[in-house]
Design a protein around this ligand. Structure first.
Ligand code: GCU
Length: 684
């Protein structure tokens, strides 16, 4: 018998008895009395599972914020809503201008009206209303029409079926355990959490699909997947799965997975039917092919377009999407030659296929050409492909940015990525324009983030890492929000509106990305991490052969010449970016060593030599962390004990580890160059 999916949210906070906390849905009593009277009645003109969730959200908020048991009923505004009485009304379906998940909140006489064309719009309007109430909004400020700016606002979980998470830093999976799919209270709490910030699509399994995970597309797990699909659907979220390109062989017993083989094509068509038929909210598949050992069309001398289009044809009858990743490079290649450049790989693999992909294929492109480093240039595929649907992929799992043991608020980085001008057109040419569909009018577009959640009580291991999950959702919904606005919202919703709390935590968040960059790998050097687990300093750490390094440092110079005289990577950009990156004088200094090979005695714009900058930066980074620890300690007594100590402990660890980074890197370069520190600090 199927389990009934009942949505209740009587989750206890902080004491760990239910195994998870409420994060930013942790409503404290509100003294916004002007809003209180509206949280007494809610009426709605349509009754589907999403609208029910919206009503449930208002019920929860009314109770927790104002101790009110809200009344709710189905009725139409045109006939039987009493507008002279304070309350909230949902009007769904009348206003076609609000399609694409938009909503409008306004005052209609005494009543607060949320209008939308879709039920998702109502849900987002409801979360906006609750959030604004907590943030102290005045009821007369509600005259706003809002649309999410990106069509797809997606999370990619890299969860494995044994319960582990690839690059997971906050416990195990809450989707899988011991080879089975899990559905429980946490599934619902998760849907609610991410939907509250506008997420509308979730891939629950790792892009590296191996072993039993290949079977997720079969009827073996269908009952549980149906339940997840139903829970997600009631929060406006589509369920996606990652698939294994070799499945026709591994599951179907075929001798090939050649995308042009009729038998293979037929196999996929039959296989995908089940998921779409059984799960009405099933969205499609994410595919990693021909990269880091995953199977793909190259085995059959077929292109990525041929591979993706074969799958696209299979899912098309159901309105499904194929999201095909561009993180493709040959990890077995010999990278020692100065001209062979991994940064070139995505563009070299995909750009010539522009225009060859089906309408329901989206190429998902990592923000930079390498792999989620603390600083990278923007992938030249943005702007390089004009006739292909593109999505941006960022990583909130902090693989290379402190693994959720260090605080590193990534929203300022994401904002820089989104506003980067590609010059693919005279206007509307930023990464945001491209992935939101503004540039070329694509409907299938958006953003994806590699998720940072796990089954830890606080979802993200480091409490402050939840700001990245919250922030990613809010930013993908509304990229015009500033990093500070997002930080302040998150802090207030999570910790309450308390003196100093907002100021100090937002200061910590805002200094954290620059600090991490300073004490790890400034000037675009990147990496310097231990191979495989990618944590901690290892200056020469390198994954592809025994002798290489990413930074190519010798005793006179460091960095890689990626100009037209070097690897030629800069030529993948449009002008004027090509020129900008083309000389050390014009190159933005934060990327200097990514694009150029520079002698240690080179003078930077500050007048410092390169080597002195490397020393100073590492010392400054540690000082920044010292300041972060002090700021946090000032909050003792103002926050709940458990999260206070949890964060303090991690900040102290961060301080120790930042010192290790500083010492290891400074002494490496001192020994390599024999150039001492102008400030006379001991470099060992
Ligand atoms: C990185 C990461 C891998 C991951 C890969 C990907 O290389 O270290 O764990 O599989 O990215 O994005 O596919």
């Amino acid at each position: 018998m199927e389990e009934e999916v009942v949505l209740t949210f009587n989750i206890k906070k902080g004491d760990g008895t239910m195994g998870f906390e409420k994060a930013w849905l942790n409503y404290y009593k509100s003294d916004n009395l002007a809003m209180r009277d509206y949280f007494t009645v809610v009426t709605y003109n349509k009754d589907d599972s999403i609208v029910k969730s919206a009503v449930l959200e208002l019920t929860t908020a009314a109770k927790e914020l104002f101790s009110i048991d809200i009344e709710s009923s189905l009725c139409d505004m045109k006939s039987d809503v009493d507008k002279t009485r304070k309350g909230i009304h949902f009007q769904i379906g009348d206003n076609k201008d609000l399609e694409n998940e938009g909503y409008r909140i306004s005052l209609a006489d005494e009543m607060l009206l949320i209008e939308a064309y879709t039920s998702n719009g109502i849900l987002y309007g409801t979360f906006d209303l609750i959030r604004s109430t907590i943030l102290g909004a005045d009821v007369h400020s509600f005259n706003r029409t809002i649309f999410p700016k990106n069509p797809l606002r997606m999370l990619n979980h890299w969860d494995n079926m044994d319960g582990s998470i690839e690059r997971g830093y906050s416990g195990n999976s809450f989707f899988f355990e011991h080879g089975e799919v899990i559905v429980n209270e946490r599934t619902k709490a998760y849907a609610r959490l991410v939907s509250s910030v506008g997420i509308n699509a979730v891939v629950i399994n790792n892009v590296n699909v191996r072993g039993t995970a290949t079977n997720l597309i079969t009827n073996r797990y269908i009952d549980k997947l149906k339940q997840i699909g139903e829970i997600f659907a009631s929060y406006g979220i589509k369920l996606y799965l990652s698939l294994n390109f070799a499945a026709p062989m591994e599951l179907g017993g075929l001798t090939s997975a050649d995308p042009l083989d009729e038998e293979v094509r037929l196999w996929w068509k039959k296989e995908v039917q089940l998921l779409f038929k059984e799960i009405p909210s099933f969205g499609g598949f994410l595919v990693k092919a021909d990269s880091e050992g995953r199977p793909g069309p190259f085995t059959y001398q077929r292109t990525h377009a041929e591979g993706a289009n074969m799958l696209a044809e299979a899912v098309k009858p159901y309105g499904g999407l194929i999201i095909w990743r561009c993180f493709v490079y040959n990890c077995k290649q010999d990278w020692r030659d100065m001209k062979t450049d991994r940064a070139r790989a995505s563009f070299d693999n995909f750009q010539s296929l522009d225009g060859d992909f089906a309408e329901n294929v989206i190429l998902q492109v990592k923000n930079g050409p390498m792999d989620f480093q603390v600083r990278e240039p923007i992938s030249p595929l943005f702007g390089g492909m004009k006739k292909t649907n593109l999505m941006l992929e960022v990583q909130i799992a902090q693989e290379y940015t402190g693994q959720q043991r260090h605080v590193c608020y990534l929203i300022p980085m994401f904002k820089e990525i989104l506003k980067f001008r590609t010059y693919c057109k005279e206007e509307n040419d930023t990464v945001f324009d491209i992935v939101s569909g503004n540039t070329y009018g694509n409907k299938n577009a958006g953003m994806a983030a590699v998720a940072n959640t796990g089954n830890d009580d606080n979802w993200t291991g480091h409490d402050l890492a939840a700001a990245n999950l919250y922030g990613y959702g809010r930013l993908s919904f509304d990229p015009d929000l500033t990093s500070e606005e997002i930080a302040k919202e998150w802090i207030t919703l999570t910790f309450g509106m308390k003196e100093h709390v907002i100021d100090y935590i937002s200061k910590i968040l805002m200094m954290s990305w620059p600090a991490y960059e300073k004490y790890t790998s400034p000037l675009g050097i990147g990496w310097m991490v231990n191979p495989s687990h990618h944590y901690g300093p290892n200056v020469d750490g390198y994954e592809y052969d025994r002798w290489g390094t990413y930074h190519k440092a010798d005793h006179t110079a460091i960095g890689v010449d990626r100009t037209k005289n070097g690897t030629g990577y800069t030529t993948q950009y449009h002008q004027p970016n090509q020129e900008l990156y083309g000389t050390p004088e014009t190159c933005p200094e934060e990327l200097l060593l990514f694009f150029h090979r520079i002698p240690y005695t080179y003078q930077l714009k500050t007048g410092k030599t390169l080597i002195q900058h490397i020393y100073d930066s590492h010392f400054e980074g540690v000082e920044d962390v010292e300041e972060m620890v002090k700021l946090w300690e000032e909050l003792k007594g103002k926050l709940e004990e458990v999260p206070y100590h949890r964060v303090l402990h991690r900040l102290q660890e961060q301080l120790e580890h930042s010192k290790e980074w500083r010492d290891v890197i400074c002494s490496y370069f001192y020994r390599k160059t024999a150039i001492g520190d102008k400030k006379g600090r001991e470099l060992y």
